[in-house]
Design a protein around this ligand. Structure first.
Ligand SMILES: NC(=O)c1ccc[n+]([C@@H]2O[C@H](COP(=O)([O-])OP(=O)(O)OC[C@H]3O[C@@H](n4cnc5c(N)ncnc54)[C@H](O)[C@@H]3O)[C@@H](O)[C@H]2O)c1
Length: 293
């Protein structure tokens, strides 16, 4: 029997958490948005307001639809505020220790039948499931960025994930009007296993002086018909997230072809994490992005 998901808790109100909150509320679900930092919840709600307003101005959503979606999203200051959720999706920072800590404290606040999911881009679902009290009701639900725009959601089963959990998650994604694919639990799953080594290679191409930021992005946009250049995409994803995914691939598959480019490490060490910090391979502080190399 699948569980009908009507109330969703979201942990982490950053780029992904706020996007997931928005699409759930727009699909008529009740949402509870949590973050470790209260001001991040406010910022996440602000991002949702701006995104809904854009949809209204484009005519894809009417005023009443936008208002009722927004009213369905409440802030959750503590995990206890997630106690009546059917599903809780963790979308906090891509760091295994942070996620394990969340799961080990979260579960005591939840109903025993609630499903717990992670939006991790790369970390083992089986390992994260082991930090919960319900590995059979734990699953990877990997949304793509930006969530309101991207059609795909990867579902990843851990070794213990029950069929009922998988079927409930699949029905939940269909309710959001999105398409799901199933991936086995190996490092970075399908999309990032293929995408991130390509981005890392683009950074090596820059590092070795084969091309400038502009040449590399133009080459892949016009030469491979990618809608966005790989360095622009890296800034969009967040360079800390890119580095973390490469490290998971490198450690998990023990193959030197996944070694993170030293230039990527340097940008992250500088705190130049891409769009979210206003500087990465491009500088976003002015009216138009300017390459930083
Ligand atoms: N950025 C992408 O393109 C992308 C795409 C798919 C999946 N993801 C995954 O989604 C997750 C979030 O990524 P993001 O880009 O939204 O990051 P982000 O940096 O924008 O947001 C992360 C949020 O998590 C919060 N947080 C950290 N520790 C917390 C805790 N203990 N409890 C509650 N909140 C906590 C932070 O305050 C922050 O607001 C990561 O696992 C990432 O790999 C990211």
């Amino acid at each position: 029997m699948t569980i009908d998901i009507n109330r969703v808790g979201i942990i982490g109100a950053g780029q992904m958490g706020s996007g997931i909150a928005q699409v759930c509320a727009a699909a008529g679900l009740e949402v509870r948005l949590n973050d470790r930092e209260a001001d991040r919840i406010e910022a996440g709600l602000g991002t949702i307001d701006a995104s809904l307003a854009k949809l209204v101005s484009k005519g894809t959503l009417d005023e009443a639809g936008s208002r009722s979606a927004r009213e369905r999203i409440l802030s959750a200051r503590t995990f206890a505020d997630l106690g009546d959720c059917d599903l809780v999706i963790e979308a906090a920072t891509e760091n295994e220790a942070v996620k394990r800590e969340i799961f080990s404290t979260l579960c005591a606040s939840l109903r025993p039948d609630a499903i717990v999911a992670t939006n991790t881009s790369s970390i083992s679902i089986t390992r994260l499931a082991a930090a919960t009290d319900r590995p059979e009701r734990f699953i990877g639900i990997h949304f793509m960025n930006p969530v309101p725009v991207m059609q795909l959601v990867e579902l990843i089963r851990g070794i213990a994930t029950e069929d009922q959990t998988y079927e409930s998650a699949k029905a939940f994604i269909a309710k959001l009007g999105k398409t799901s694919t199933m991936s086995e639990d190996f490092p970075a799953f399908i999309v990032n296993r293929i995408l991130l080594p390509m981005i890392n290679e683009a950074i090596y191409t820059l590092y070795e002086g084969v091309g400038s930021v502009e040449s590399i992005d133009t080459a892949m946009r016009l030469g491979a018909n990618h809608p966005m250049g790989p360095l622009q995409l890296a800034d969009f994803i967040g360079l800390d997230t890119c580095l973390s995914v490469m490290q998971v691939l490198y450690d998990g598959l023990a193959d030197s072809k996944y070694r993170p480019c030293p230039l990527l490490v340097k940008y992250v060490e500088a705190g130049w994490l891409g769009r979210k910090t206003k500087r990465g391979f491009y500088d976003y502080r002015g009216p138009t992005p300017i390459p930083t190399r």
